[in-house]
Design a protein around this ligand. Sequence first.
Ligand SMILES: [Zn+2]
Length: 264
Amino acid sequence: MHYKGVLTKMKTENGSPIQYYLVFKNDFLHVNQLLDKQLTIQFAGYECLNCGLDKEIYRQGFCKNCFFDIPQAADWIMKPELSKAHLGIEDRDLAYEQKVQLTPHIVYLANSSNVKVGVTRKTQVPTRWIDQGAHEAIEILEVPNRYLAGVAEVALKNHVGDKTNWRTMLKNEIKDENLVTWRDTLKQYIPEEAMPYFLENNTETHLDFPVLKYPKKLKSLNLKKTPQYTGVLKGVKGQYLIFEDDTVFNVRSNEGFVVEIAVS
Ligand SMILES: [Zn+2]
C-alpha cells in the first residue's frame, strides 16, 4: 500500500494500548496495525501548515514567514506566562488569543523520563501527555486562563523539571514515581493567585504505549539528510515511531514535510 501526504502530529485515542493515526487529506493510517510491518518513508517536499506553500519548514510545521506572523506560533504558545488576552492586550490577533487563552487550562505533573511540570488546555488532556510519552501524569491545578497556568508553571519549575529527556523516554529507562506525593510536596510553591484552583484529590493517570521492542541505542531519522528510509516498525511512543534497527522518527518535528509511505 502507498500513501502520500503532509505530516501532522499523529492523532491518538487513549486505550490499552493507545491508538495512533496518521491523518492525510484523503487517507489515514492506523499506525498500530503497521506494527511488525516494513515501512518505507520517502521525503517528497514541504507544505507549510498555514500557507500550504512548498517552502522549507522553519518550526512547528510552518515556513519562516508564517512562523513569525500567525497567532498560532506566537511566543505565549511555548511560554504561557506571556499570555495577555485576560488583560485585553493583543499580541498578534486578540480574537484568536481570547479564544485560546481564556479557556480552562490544566497544570499537570507528568513522568516521561523524570517528573516535570507542564501546562495544557483542558481539552488536551490526556492528548498532551500521550504526545510527550508520559507513562503517568496527574492534574494539579485547573485555572480559568492560560496566564494563570503559566505563572504557576514558572513558580514550580524552580522545584521540578520542565523538560523531557526524549532518549530516556524512548529507551523506556523509566521509574515509577508517586505523583500524589510530588503534588503534595510542591503545593507550597504554588503562587497565591493560583491556589484557589488547586486540585487536591486527583489520582494518577497511567498510559500504555504500543511498543513491542524498545530501542537500545537511538538513531534519529532526519529526512533532510536521509530522504528515504526503510525499516520494520516496532512501536510508537509520544510522537515517535520506533523501528527495529533502533531508528526513531519524530513525527511532530517533521510536521509540514510531505512524505510518501509504502507499507509491505
Ligand atoms: Zn507558510
